[in-house]
Design a protein around this ligand. Structure first.
Ligand code: SF4
Length: 500
């Protein structure tokens, strides 16, 4: 794991400590008997009393038998020397490769292709993502531990860029401490344009002190899924973020938090401990960029994969592929208990109806998982937004319990956060309590998500900028039974205009 290997001064060819531990074992050395090394070892081990001499000999034997390249290099020899660009839009408008788009392995491939040692990839990763490094330019990589040669730096400057493809434009802090970061996408450094938003949600410890943040990341500008209660969905899809632009949201957030700590003398930096892909966009609709970003978050920024949650609205084939990769945890936004309602408020349900989605989850998260010792990555999070009089009745709660009876899951209820122009309202407190208690009685773990940041439009479903969208996504015709109620909530004059 790279995050444990950021000691750049370790020997490149011979690991003496490891040689010592393996060479003390006669049976292992015995396997080299064809060359007579077992005899040499037995003879010498009797004669040599000095521990340092034994270590030196072991190192020699190890070097003799082991390949003369490091583990990283061994890895890379299996990699093709020709660099295949892994995803689209990974060059800037001057044709330079944007290195922040590359995973560690892809960076190794690129280094080999330009005649460099692949273990430079680890060094570069340290500078790009290591704590308090976060360089923007290769010239900033100067340190006592090691420094890149002038030749190498020139090579990077001419052929590659360290830009993350976005620039922090503004930060708004809500009363509860939630921070909304707005980023402008750099022209020519990805296929999408406009702005994206990231939210840092404070996570207080048991003493009420904010001890870490959860970062809610965006993967797209706007979203194609058109969930009817979602502000981002109304924008329609304006473009996909690159891997670099996804990862850079965290890097920029860390830069900002580090700066905040140094500005307030004595304060220690509040870390980002969890990542949720619940910002703008459907993450699995930008699948390849997402997977590479998760690898970089785990290998470069050293975030535990069990603390990274990808939330999907229900793209069944992509969910299946994603679960097979085991790269991070999954949350599924269900939001309704009948196809009639889900077809309306989560239109992707028309392609992948509830039954198909639940059956997939039953296969990957059977209730038998609950009996396993380490269950942290064995359950799926089910998200359910509570919309007043739409999906929050006791009958809905009973149906939801029934749908999930064979799925090992945790249900996260989210009271709807209103935004301008919406036809929905959040559920009343009594309905939330009743809904939750029905699920709990049915044996489900069920939490109610505390809404944070809604005074700065940072809460769930409130991200985006409708003004940047040339054409808003349509509001869909509700099922007949809800029209009367919704009509009373909106201006009847606008009904025809609203529902397409
Ligand atoms: S809820 Fe998520 S998937 Fe649905 S429109 Fe909003 S951003 Fe897209």
């Amino acid at each position: 794991m790279l995050c444990n290997q950021f000691n750049l001064s370790r020997p490149r060819n011979v690991d003496v400590s490891n040689a010592a531990s393996t060479s003390y074992s006669a049976p292992k050395l015995g396997r080299t008997g064809r060359h007579g090394r077992q005899l040499i070892w037995m003879d010498l081990s009797l004669r040599l009393k000095c521990h340092r001499q034994i270590l030196a000999l072991c190192a020699t034997l190890k070097a003799d038998t082991a390949p003369s390249i490091s583990a990283t290099q061994q890895n890379a020899t299996a990699i093709s020397a020709t660099f295949q660009e892994p995803r689209g839009s990974i060059r800037d408008n001057t044709g330079r490769l944007m290195l922040r788009n590359l995973t560690l392995q892809e960076l190794q491939e690129w280094l080999i292709s330009v005649g460099e040692r692949p273990n430079r990839a680890e060094q570069l990763f340290r500078w790009l993502y290591g704590k308090n490094a976060w360089i923007r330019d290769i010239s900033e990589a100067k340190d006592n531990g090691f420094a890149f040669s002038k030749v190498f730096k020139e090579k990077v400057i001419t052929s590659a860029s360290l830009s993350g493809g976005l620039t922090l434009q503004s930060v708004r802090t809500a009363q509860d401490g939630t921070k909304k970061l707005v980023f402008a996408l750099n022209q020519g450094e990805g296929s999408a344009m406009g702005t994206v938003e990231t939210v840092l949600i404070p996570m207080p410890n048991k003493n009420g002190i904010n001890s870490r943040y959860t970062a809610c990341l965006s993967t797209q500008v706007g979203c194609a899924m058109n969930c009817q209660f979602c502000y981002t969905g109304r924008m329609g899809l304006l473009g996909n973020l690159t891997t670099a632009q996804i990862v850079e949201q965290v890097v920029e957030a860390r830069r900002m938090l580090s700066q905040e700590a140094s500005d307030s003398a004595g304060a220690s930096e509040i870390p980002i401990g969890n990542i949720v892909f619940m910002g703008m966009g459907e993450p699995l609709h930008n699948y390849n960029a997402l997977l590479a970003a998760i690898d970089i978050l785990a290998e470069g920024l050293c975030l535990s994969r069990s603390k990274i949650i990808v939330s999907s609205v229900g793209l069944v084939p992509e969910i299946r592929s994603f679960l097979d990769t085991k790269k991070a945890k999954l949350a599924v936004s269900l939001h309704a208990t009948t196809d009639e309602v889900r077809d309306w408020i989560v239109p992707v349900n028309r392609r992948y109806p509830i039954k198909e989605l639940i059956s997939l989850l039953q296969g990957y998260f059977p209730m038998s998982n609950a009996k396993q010792s380490n269950t942290s990555d064995k359950f799926v999070v089910i998200e359910y937004v509570l919309l007043r009089h739409i999906n929050d009745t006791a009958e809905d709660a009973v149906r939801l319990s029934d749908l999930l009876k064979d799925v090992y899951c945790m249900v996260n209820l989210i009271v709807f956060n209103p935004h301008e122009g919406t036809q929905f309202k959040g559920s009343e407190e009594e309905s939330v309590k009743t809904f939750r208690s029905i699920l709990v009685k049915a044996g489900k773990v069920c939490t109610v998500r505390v809404s944070k940041g809604d005074d700065t439009m940072s809460a769930c479903g409130q991200l985006g900028d409708l003004g940047s969208s040339p054409r808003l996504a349509p509001l869909l015709q509700p099922p007949e039974k809800f029209r009367k109620y919704l009509n009373s909530a909106i201006d009847p004059e606008k009904e025809v205009e609203l529902w397409k």
